[in-house]
Design a protein around this ligand. Structure first.
Ligand code: NAP
Length: 237
């Protein structure tokens, strides 16, 4: 068991892909998991995997676009657990493949709402608990597209560049309470993200477990320091 043993960890986007891998890894590290996503069936499947490995998890199906539901979620965590040690904002969508002047307004709005407003809402709901306990770690899953140009993906890149700005600003607001806020920027990961449209071969992609490993290292680090940002690239280009 690592330093995060017996902690409570909330992971958004835990129903599949990277979020699922992060949830499984943090459970393996000893945390009690709260799994967030819209698809209850997938969430229950991840919960069953965690339980089969001897750890515990709750599921909480909700849409990150629904601010009232996220507020209610924060109140439920407060009531049921009274604390929260780790929040991983992983849920995200990618609607890419067109230059900005040909892209749909609805796709742009959906990406900003999920990838940027979603972490804003969840952080707003959970940070007061962490402030109260004067500890905690928030990890935002961004992308290398949050640090670089992404032609034919300007809206996605904008949502992730925004997430970097949100992360660094909130980190400054919360550090006086002993709360660490980090951003993780992976390259291509082998999931069904964005309809699995990436043409890269599997060996040139990261695995979801590669990202989960980094999150586990971040939340397990010593409490006197925090890592602001990590970029992750597959070894093969
Ligand atoms: P994925 O397999 O498509 O999973 C996306 C997750 O987000 C699902 O669990 C989905 O759950 C959840 N989600 C989406 N919209 C939601 C909403 N409105 N409310 C609640 N949950 C929602 O994608 P992934 O590859 O694991 O990506 C996870 C994160 O990593 C994203 O933020 C993505 O931008 C980032 N990332 C991915 C890659 C990559 O190449 N895959 C690279 C860099 C960064 P439900 O469908 O159950 O709601």
């Amino acid at each position: 068991m690592t330093a995060i043993g017996k902690s409570l960890a909330i992971v958004s986007g835990a129903s599949r892909g990277i979020g699922r891998a992060i949830a499984l890894r943090l459970a393996q590290d000893g945390a009690y998991l709260v799994l967030l996503g819209r698809d209850q069936k997938n969430l229950e499947q991840v919960q069953a995997e965690i339980q089969a490995a001897g750890s515990q998890a709750d599921t909480y199906p909700c849409d990150l676009l629904d601010s009232t539901a996220i507020e209610a979620f924060g109140a439920e965590v407060h009531r049921k657990f009274g604390h929260c040690d780790v929040l991983v904002n992983c849920a995200g969508i990618g609607r890419m493949g067109k230059p900005l002047h040909e892209s749909d307004v609805a796709d742009f709005d959906a990406m900003i709402a999920t990838n940027l407003r979603g972490p804003f809402l969840l952080t707003k709901a959970i940070a007061p608990l962490m402030i109260q306990q004067r500890s905690g770690h928030i990890v935002n899953i961004s992308s290398l597209s949050g640090k670089n140009p992404l032609p034919n993906g300007a809206g996605y890149a904008a949502s992730k560049w925004g997430l970097h700005g949100l992360t660094y600003s909130v980190a400054e607001e919360l550090r006086e309470y002993g709360i660490r806020v980090s951003v993780v920027a992976p390259g291509s990961v082998a999931t069904d993200f964005s309809g699995g449209r990436s043409s890269k071969s599997p060996e040139k992609k990261l695995s979801p477990e590669d990202v989960a490993h980094v999150v586990s290292m971040l939340v397990g680090e010593g409490s006197r320091s925090f890592v602001s940002e990590v970029s992750i690239r597959p070894i093969q280009k």
